[in-house]
Write a protein that binds this ligand. Sequence first.
Ligand SMILES: Nc1ncnc2c1ncn2[C@@H]1O[C@H](COP(=O)(O)OP(=O)(O)OP(=O)(O)O)[C@@H](O)[C@H]1O
Ligand SMILES: [Mg+2]
Length: 498
Amino acid sequence: MNHIEPLISLKKVHVTYESFKALNGIDFDLNRGEIHGLVGEHRAGKSTMVKLLSGAVTKDSGSFIYKGKEVESFSPKSAMKNGIGIIYQDLNIIPSINAVENIFSGQRIVSTFGFLKSKEMKKKTKSLLASLNMDINIDLPLSCLTKQEQQMVEIAKALSLDPEILIFDEISSRLTPTEMEKIYKLLFDFKKKGKSIIYISHNMDEIFRFADRVTILQDGHRIGTEGIKDLDKIKLMKLTYSFVLSREELEKDNMELYLLKKYNENIIKNIPIGVLILDKDKQVSQVNLSAHKLFNPGENDLAGKGISNVLNGHLKDNIHEITKAIEQMSEGIWEDLQWSENRIVTIKVFPLHDNSRIFIGSILLLEDVSQEYYFNDYLLRSEKIASVAELAAGVAHEINTPLSVIHNYIDLLKPKYIDSDTSEKLYRIENQLSMISDIIGGLLSFTKIQSLPSKQLDITELVDDVVLLIQHKIINKNIHLKWEKIYRISMFREMKIA
Ligand SMILES: Nc1ncnc2c1ncn2[C@@H]1O[C@H](COP(=O)(O)OP(=O)(O)OP(=O)(O)O)[C@@H](O)[C@H]1O
Ligand SMILES: [Mg+2]
């Protein structure tokens, strides 16, 4: 019989946490060169099973056969040395040290004399990250990187000892689609080399995308192991989730949920104000269309970036204050901030709590108020210009009155010095005065406000002013102006011009 021995074989394995039985007689095997999906409801025991393989927990009973040999228990270090690399469900890095130190913690490269070969470790780190298509600063502590970049460093660490088995525990919930594409490529390349993968996920699409077989766990028991070709998505979901009742109900529920999800996403997406939703680590988890417009159009991938990174380069001031408010889980409003490309924004920050009032992140509303701001500025400037014009008109009016008086006097003097030299001088004065009058006239027509707002006027006062202005001219032309005031209604005065 041509029997191919599995790489890993678990038989009737039990694992207990204090008194709680997490694995209850599990059977499982992993073949060489296969991608084995591991699915199950929450708390089914998936993470516990892979923790057993990676040496993070030990079994109470049952057998664990690795490459044909019975293993009592692995320690995390011995599991790694034996070719098992695991990417845990929770991020497992040391934030205060850089990528090189993280990758080589517990497995430093030393020379025969015991010296650390830092150059070699750096080189290896770079090539590991390059194989994951990652370009990150390896000298910075991981706390300065995004959660996704930290995650990729953890994967590089798992790859650093050239493992034969890679285990991914729900990685897709922590990475962006772009990074997941890199993971998918890694999975296929790894499999091509004849190596094996255990892939835990709640995402059935992923399982169907690359798993060869799938094992379903429930309440610490194995429900079954099936070849992916013998399953369809509905069947797998029914096997995996006890709340799934019938194909019809499943499809209906899914459709309703799907529509509800899309509906909610669309609301946020189309709100005419920029919305950034941050997780509790101040990293962007959702961005709507208006927010995208505020950032460079090419800068699509804001998701996963830290908020100060995202604001940097766009916002000139206040980044520190805003991040501080987010950190302190408080609210805040910053109005009329200078944004890139001469735009003006108002930023509002609100903490986000779940039903139990636990802080789960923040909402940032970014409103482009440039139009309003510049219009107000324009109005302010127009008002200033209008008041200058009013002032000029006032001055012109004031000058006009003495000018008219001077004109009158010149008219009076002219007949007296009809043939003399003085007469010539008087004409010159009159010419110069006419020039001043023209300038003033030009100034008045320039400052003339085209449409005056209507208001109640005392017409008699207006006529008084006009008469005063033109008196010398009409007298000169032998026109006699007579006018009288008639009190018809006690409140208003009327007049008649003859
Ligand atoms: N360290 C621990 N101490 C006590 N109980 C634990 C511990 N870790 C897990 N458990 C319990 O063991 C059971 C199985 O947990 P496990 O994490 O293996 O489930 P899982 O299938 O990975 O679930 P999930 O999909 O939520 O990640 C759960 O009931 C869980 O509460
Ligand atoms: Mg788990």
